[in-house]
Write a protein that binds this ligand. Structure first.
Ligand SMILES: [Zn+2]
Ligand SMILES: [Zn+2]
Ligand SMILES: [Zn+2]
Ligand SMILES: [Zn+2]
Ligand SMILES: [Zn+2]
Length: 210
């Protein structure tokens, strides 16, 4: 078993541009991350060597990970390594932030060499990286999972959805002093500094008409 600790971009001519999940040309190709242990026995993601040569579509990869939801750990696509993470650490560039696209370096190196047109809204983005940014941050048809109600909505419906779906404190009211942030495991969390001093533990409620 060969594991490569630092992410390397495979040379353009040596990797398979067909997604081994859907058998089409990969859209926004991503690589999988297995896991190993660092010197302090902490779990540390490691690139799957097979997927470095066979990156798969971002959406196919996410579906694959989701389909393993009930397994504590599951095999990579080739069975060469085990993956433990169910979230965004299971694929893409190591050490990226949750706001980054999945494979910033690889997509930049690909330039226009790959799918560059949005499969949802048909917009031509000209480069692989710009398509990734378009889908993650701009495309009006991208489905976004609501942090409050866990339902999906189109980005174009975001404002309307948030009007009807929000966290509130029964003492402070809707959206007051409520911060949504990423913790050290890059999980979305919510924090509330209650203005009501006598309350030992503030309870946040959800309002959802969605
Ligand atoms: Zn695919
Ligand atoms: Zn593997
Ligand atoms: Zn689009
Ligand atoms: Zn919602
Ligand atoms: Zn409060």
């Amino acid at each position: 078993m060969q594991n490569i600790i630092t992410p390397i971009s495979p040379p353009i001519d040596s990797y398979n541009d067909i997604c081994v999940i859907c058998y089409n040309k990969s859209v926004s190709p991503v690589t999988l991350n297995s896991c190993g242990l660092d010197n302090n026995n902490n779990i540390k993601p490691i690139k799957c060597a097979y997927s470095l040569k066979n990156p798969t579509c971002l959406t196919c990869t996410r579906k694959y990970i989701k389909s393993k939801y009930y397994n504590y750990k599951y095999n990579c696509l080739a069975g060469c390594c085990k993956i433990k993470n169910k979230g965004f650490l299971a694929y893409g560039e190591l050490n990226r932030s949750p706001d980054d696209v999945a494979e910033p370096r690889m997509w930049k190196e690909m330039g226009s060499n790959g799918i560059t047109k949005c499969y949802r809204c048909d917009e031509e983005c000209n480069t692989v990286l710009d398509l990734g940014i378009h889908i993650k941050k701009k495309c009006k048809l991208t489905k976004i999972k609501c942090f409050v109600c866990s339902e999906y909505y189109n980005r174009s419906e975001e404002k309307e959805h948030q009007k009807n779906c929000y966290f509130y404190c029964r003492w402070c009211g809707p959206t007051k002093n409520i911060t949504i942030y990423f913790d050290k495991n890059k999980k979305k969390k919510i924090r509330h500094n209650c203005l009501e001093n006598n309350i030992k533990k503030s309870i946040l409620n959800k309002h959802s008409n969605a």
